[in-house]
Design a protein around this ligand. Structure first.
Ligand code: ZN
Length: 153
């Protein structure tokens, strides 16, 4: 069957960036996901739509259909005092911040100087054009329960 909404799809993938560096891969076991449920980035779901088990292909996905462009407003300097409770603060560290409405955001520490710390709330893959190598292992129809839950069992 062809991949459409409410298909359960198993894929092997390798993800590289524009420079050809490997960012992620499925490993020995395929990634199994429910198609049309927003479980993959938009561009990858679009590329998989209508394909069948056994097909392999490459997809190049622009930031807008992947993790979005980098928003410069989400890169901010904060006073180092505000982070004084964090032990061993280092560049590259991931911090969690909770907003007033209770949403949790991940921040990456970009820079530390005597007075301030620069934190970046953009997704680590924001602004990246993603290159996927895909092999579709299997496609089946989702069960009623999987559709109701929005994920694969
Ligand atoms: Zn469930």
């Amino acid at each position: 069957m062809k991949i459409c909404n409410e298909s359960v799809v198993a894929i092997y993938y390798t993800l590289t960036n524009e420079a050809g560096e490997k960012l992620d891969a499925s490993g020995d076991e395929p990634l199994v996901y429910l198609h049309g449920g927003g479980n993959l980035i938009k561009g990858l779901e679009e590329a998989l739509e209508g394909k069948q088990a056994g097909e392999s292909f490459q997809a190049v996905i622009e930031p807008a259909l992947a993790y979005g462009e980098i928003n410069p407003q989400w890169i901010q300097k904060v006073s180092r005092d505000l982070l004084s409770n964090i032990e061993d603060l280092q560049v590259g560290m991931e911090l969690q911040s909770k907003t007033e409405d209770g949403q949790v955001h991940s921040l990456t520490v970009e820079e530390i100087d005597d007075e301030t710390v620069t934190v970046n709330a953009n997704h680590p893959l924001a602004g990246e054009t993603l290159h996927f190598d895909i092999l579709i292992e299997s496609v089946r129809k989702a069960t009623e329960e999987e559709i109701a839950h929005g994920h694969v069992h």
